[in-house]
Design a protein around this ligand. Structure first.
Ligand code: GDP
Ligand code: MG
Length: 177
């Protein structure tokens, strides 16, 4: 392929962070495998999934990491963040406490990263409009204040899931190319 000829290869590490049960694992399984699990338990063993997309006729691989549930114990390790150039910081629009945790997750991310990280604030479970506890405007305002992209998603009905990941991947590509 032209990639091999030009010797250009891109591999980007992206991490997904946020409180327990906001839908991190389901966002990844929806994006990588088009799967959703209503009763998902903390996934054990699967550290990351790799997705390939094409930008400017170049093959770009995104290695997307999932926490495997350790966020419940406040013990997401520095190894998890090491080398990450992109991040999805996720809350659940139906649980206000998960939105209030975003500042702490941002702090942790910034503490552990030594390069420019493309960051997307994600308000997941937007299908739960009837029990919404965080307005779209609050999400937008926080994202603008912190310099993050912002999107509301639903891993359940697929709203904006692909878009959220692809915006981050394109931004990383723009940062490095
Ligand atoms: P994690 O702990 O952040 O990885 O969250 P999970 O992906 O395990 O999801 C926690 C729970 O929320 C599971 O019961 C999922 O089925 C549910 N869930 C995840 N995403 C959505 C969504 O977009 N909408 C709704 N209604 N439920 C979701
Ligand atoms: Mg999980």
């Amino acid at each position: 392929s032209s990639d091999e000829e030009s010797g250009e290869e891109y591999l980007f590490k992206i991490v997904i962070i946020g409180d327990s049960a906001v839908g991190k694992s389901n966002l990844l399984s929806r994006y990588a495998r088009n799967e959703f699990n209503m009763h998902s338990k903390a996934t054990i063993g699967v550290e990351f999934q790799t997705q390939v997309m094409e930008i400017d006729n170049k093959e770009v691989k995104a290695q997307i990491w999932d926490t495997a549930g350790q966020e419940r114990f406040r013990a997401v390790t520095s190894a998890y963040y090491r080398g990450a150039v992109g991040a999805l910081i996720v809350y659940d629009i139906s649980r206000r406490s998960t939105f209030e945790s975003i500042a702490r997750w941002l702090d942790e991310l910034k503490t552990h990263s030594d390069t420019t990280v493309a960051m997307m604030l994600v308000g997941n479970k937007c299908d739960l409009e009837n029990i919404r506890a965080v307005s779209v405007e609050e999400g937008t305002t926080l994202a603008e204040a912190e310099g993050l992209f912002f999107m509301e998603t639903s891993a359940l009905d697929s709203t904006n899931v692909k878009k959220a990941f692809e915006i981050v991947i394109r931004e990383i590509y723009n940062n490095v190319s």
